[in-house]
Each structure stands twice: as structure tokens, then as C-alpha cells.
Ligand binder design. Structure first.
Ligand SMILES: CSC[C@H]1O[C@@H](n2cnc3c(O)ncnc32)[C@H](O)[C@@H]1O
Ligand code: ZN
Length: 436
């Protein structure tokens, strides 16, 4: 049988079943889909491929899913550090966004982010930012899979004047890429402290009618929870529950402040959590109780947040930090094992987006979203355990090949869909404008 591509890696990490590593196996790909995962000799006998990729020193695994990012914030990387969330947002980030936000900012920021994300093995991003039309256009042009946040706020920005306009412009964006298999719209009400009840009800109504997910910062800091209790007499989680927001289509980002009852409810409602360990550490926001959440059966995915709070979009870094942090927070070295961490960065992200039938693991019928990591480096030898290396030892510079739906976005370290030099030049120009 003739197919497009046969991949022969040294190690094949399908992610599901958890903990499995296949050797002497191949990935057979045709028309953007995995048509078989099979022993290498059988692959050679069964298929004639237009292209063969032999990755003798590499682990091939599903592409990484960034479950929470503000991609275009790459243009504000390093603009304000070593601050708590509200000081960082109110006195630095929001004034800069207020002064410079435009469609061009978002396009240039996202293109820079795309170069960084693809280089680091990210194949899907759940994005929340202004000008989602620009994010969709850039994601489409570089071939990244993306969930595009239809941002909702009570306050005006260069993108929309009020919550009604945010919602309706978001819905127009949603309509504009219907039928594009790599793009999906997700409502993105920013946070409980920036979106009032009425727009949240409207979001829930449209989400139900159109089958769209909802992605929101929730319980990021103790200050957020305490000020909500002072203002409304209830915790934000309780308010969102009363507004009927919590459900399997809801992605709660951060969740560093959770009591045992809320953890049980997250499982009961089927809510997914986007854990952002490095952003939470840098802003000293608190610790998401990942171990307790996983034990309660909650789907926990992993995200970077924006590059202005992280300060990168490196999911390999996030994987390692997340795994170490879970152990430190729980006091249990068994917490968030390497296979669990890899699941979190792949299939759990796809599940959070309601897209797990399509990608997140390497299995017959799924979209060919995969990456190759070269382990033939001093820092990842010898290889007793590939899964251990992918979480605890490898870094993003070891990613050599990145494919989304069978299309190569990076081959042997060469970006194929983003002009990185041009993106970097634009970033320099924005720096001049912003820091005048
Ligand atoms: C309305 S687009 C997204 C909005 O969120 C801001 N933002 C970036 N990082 C965080 C964070 O960790 N918590 C809350 N808000 C954040 C970003 O600057 C945009 O204004
Ligand atoms: Zn965020």
C-alpha cells in the first residue's frame, strides 16, 4: 500500500497506554493521519512510503499541547519581572497593552511565539488574547493547531468596547474558520474579577447552543479569592458554579487556591484544569494541588501562560518544573510521575479542549501530530528510561522535527513555515516602540 510517510524512530512513545515505549516500531502516515503503529519490519513489508524518516537517536512522541497561553505576549517578555500578579498586571502589562494593542501587535507577537513554540515541540495552543482573528490567521498560516480564545472582558480595549461587543466579535471569528480542521474557537472570559455575571450567562448560553468550550483564569491567587469573598460574600468558584459555568467544557486556569470540597466538585463537574507551574512560581501566586486533583480524577493539563510572566513558551521546561513541583507540594516523590506528566502535556490538553479523539496520543486513526526529540546528547545519555529523560533531563533544543496533521513544521531543526529572522526583527521594532 502506498502512503505518504513512514517514521522509524529509536523509541516510540504513544503516551497511551501510559508508560509504554515501543522499540523497533514505525509510524505509518497517510493524508495527515496515522494509519498504523506497527513493528518496523512489518511496516517495511506492508507500506511503500513516498517519504521515509529515520530517526535513529530519537524519541517520537505526540506533539505537546499548551493548555493556556497568551501567545502574542512574547512581545512583552521581560518587560516587568519579580512582581505579584496584580501589581504586574495593573501597573505594567495592562498599561502597555492599553498603549500598544493592535491587530499588528497580535500578529507579530503570535508569529514570534509560533517560532518559539514549534522549535520547542508544541503542536497545539489554547490561546487567550486580543484580536483573535489575527491569532487564527497566523496559526493557520504557520500550520499550528490552535484553540482560539474569544476573549471577554467588562472593560474596553483596542479589540472591543464592552462585553457584548467582545462576545459578538468573538462569534464572528468563530464563524470565520468553521470547517478548518486545525482551528477551534473557545470562549475566553478573562477572570472572575474582570467579567460580570450578565456576560458570563451569555457565554454559557452560546457555549451550550454552539458546543463551544470556555477557558478562564480562576483562583489564581489568594488575593483574588479573598477580595471576591469581601466584595460578594462568596468564592469565585462558588459564583461560577451558581452561574452554571462549571462543566466538562470548562477549562479553569491556575487554580492555586482550592479546598477539598472544590477539588471534589471539579471532578464531579468534569472541569479540566490548566496548570501553569512556572507562571505561578514566578508571580508567587500559589501552588495548584496537582496530586490531589489527579487522585480525585480531575483532568489536569499544562500551560505556560504568557511569555511576560513565565518568561518562555517552553513546555519541556514546564513538564520538568510541574513534575518537581507536584512532588514538593505534596511531599510525595511518587506524585506526578514521568508518564503522568507526559500525559498531562499531551492527551490531557487535547481532552481539556474536547479534541482527544483527534490528537494527543499516537494511535491509528488520529491526526499525525508528533515530534521527535534527539536524545543523543551528553545531557540525555545513557538512556535507561526514555520517559524519565523526556520529563527530567531533555530540553526543548533537542526537538528536531515537528509535524501537525502530517505536515512538517520543522525538519531536522529547520523551521519550514515561519520566517524566524523576520519575526525576530519585528520583535526588535516593537521593543523600540514600546520602550521609547
Ligand atoms: C484579555 S486577553 C488576556 C489578558 O490576560 C492578561 N494576563 C496575562 N497573564 C495573566 C495572568 O496570569 N492572570 C491574569 N491575566 C493575565 C493579559 O495581559 C491580557 O490582558
Ligand atoms: Zn493567563
Amino acid at each position: 500500500m502506498q502512503i505518504d510517510l513512514l517514521v522509524f524512530p529509536r523509541w516510540l512513545v504513544p503516551v497511551e497506554p501510559a508508560g509504554v515505549v515501543l522499540e523497533e516500531h514505525a509510524l505509518a502516515i497517510d493524508a495527515g493521519r496515522i494509519v498504523a503503529v506497527l513493528p518496523a519490519d512489518e511496516a517495511r513489508r506492508s507500506f511503500e512510503a513516498r517519504e521515509t524518516l529515520t530517526l535513529a537517536d530519537h524519541a517520537v512522541m505526540p506533539g505537546l499541547v499548551n493548555a493556556h497561553a497568551h501567545s502574542a505576549m512574547t512581545l512583552m517578555r521581560g518587560i516587568a519581572d519579580d512582581l505579584p500578579l496584580m501589581d504586574w498586571l495593573q501597573n505594567h502589562i495592562w498599561p502597555t497593552e492599553g498603549a500598544h494593542m493592535s491587530r499588528q501587535f497580535c500578529e507579530d507577537g503570535l508569529r514570534l511565539a509560533a517560532a518559539e513554540m514549534i522549535r520547542g515541540g508544541t503542536t497545539c495552543v489554547n490561546d487567550m488574547y486580543f484580536f483573535p482573528d489575527a491569532s487564527a490567521a497566523v496559526a493557520d498560516s504557520v500550520g499550528l493547531r490552535a484553540a482560539i480564545g474569544m476573549v471577554v472582558l467588562d472593560f474596553p480595549s483596542a479589540w472591543a468596547q464592552n462585553s457584548d461587543e467582545y462576545i459578538h466579535k468573538g462569534l464572528e471569528v468563530h464563524d470565520s474558520f468553521k470547517g478548518n480542521p486545525l482551528l477551534r474557537a473557545v470562549f475566553a472570559p478573562h477572570a472572575p474579577y474582570t467579567v460580570s455575571d450578565a456576560p458570563l450567562r451569555t457565554v454559557r448560553k452560546y457555549a451550550n447552543e454552539l458546543g463551544i468550550g470556555i477557558h478562564m483564569h480562576v483562583h489564581e491567587t489568594a488575593f483574588e479569592v479573598a477580595s471576591a469573598v469581601e466584595a460578594n460574600g462568596k468564592r469565585p468558584w462558588q459564583r461560577l458554579k451558581e452561574l452554571d459555568l462549571l462543566g466538562p467544557d470548562f477549562i479553569a486556569v491556575h487554580m492555586t487556591q482550592l479546598n477539598d470540597e472544590e477539588i471534589a466538585e471539579a471532578a464531579q463537574f468534569g472541569v479540566s484544569i490548566a496548570h501553569c507551574p512556572e507562571s505561578n512560581l514566578k508571580l508567587a501566586s500559589g501552588f495548584c494541588p496537582v496530586d490531589k486533583l489527579l487522585k480525585a480524577g480531575v483532568n489536569v493539563a499544562i500551560g505556560t501562560d504568557g511569555a511576560a510572566s513565565n518568561n518562555d513558551l517552553d513546555l519541556f521546561g514546564e513538564l520538568r518544573t510541574g513534575a518537581l513541583l507536584a512532588k514538593g507540594v505534596s511531599g510525595d516523590p511518587l506524585a506526578l510521575s514521568a508518564p503522568q506528566a507526559l500525559h498531562m502535556a499531551t492527551l490531557a490538553g487535547a481532552k481539556a479542549l474536547g479534541w482527544e479523539q483527534e490528537f494527543g496520543s499516537l494511535a491509528k486513526g488520529k491526526s499525525a501530530d508528533f515530534i521527535a526529540v534527539n536524545l543523543d546528547r551528553a545531557g540525555t545519555q545513557p538512556v535507561y528510561n526514555v520517559l524519565s529523560h523526556l520529563v527530567y533531563a531533555a530540553n526543548r533544543d533537542q526537538v528536531t522535527d515537528v509535524y501537525v496533521a502530517g505536515r512538517a513544521l520543522m525538519r531536522d531543526g529547520l523551521l519550514l513555515t515561519v520566517d524566524e529572522k523576520a519575526a525576530v526583527q519585528k520583535a526588535r521594532e516593537w521593543q523600540q516602540r514600546i520602550k521609547k
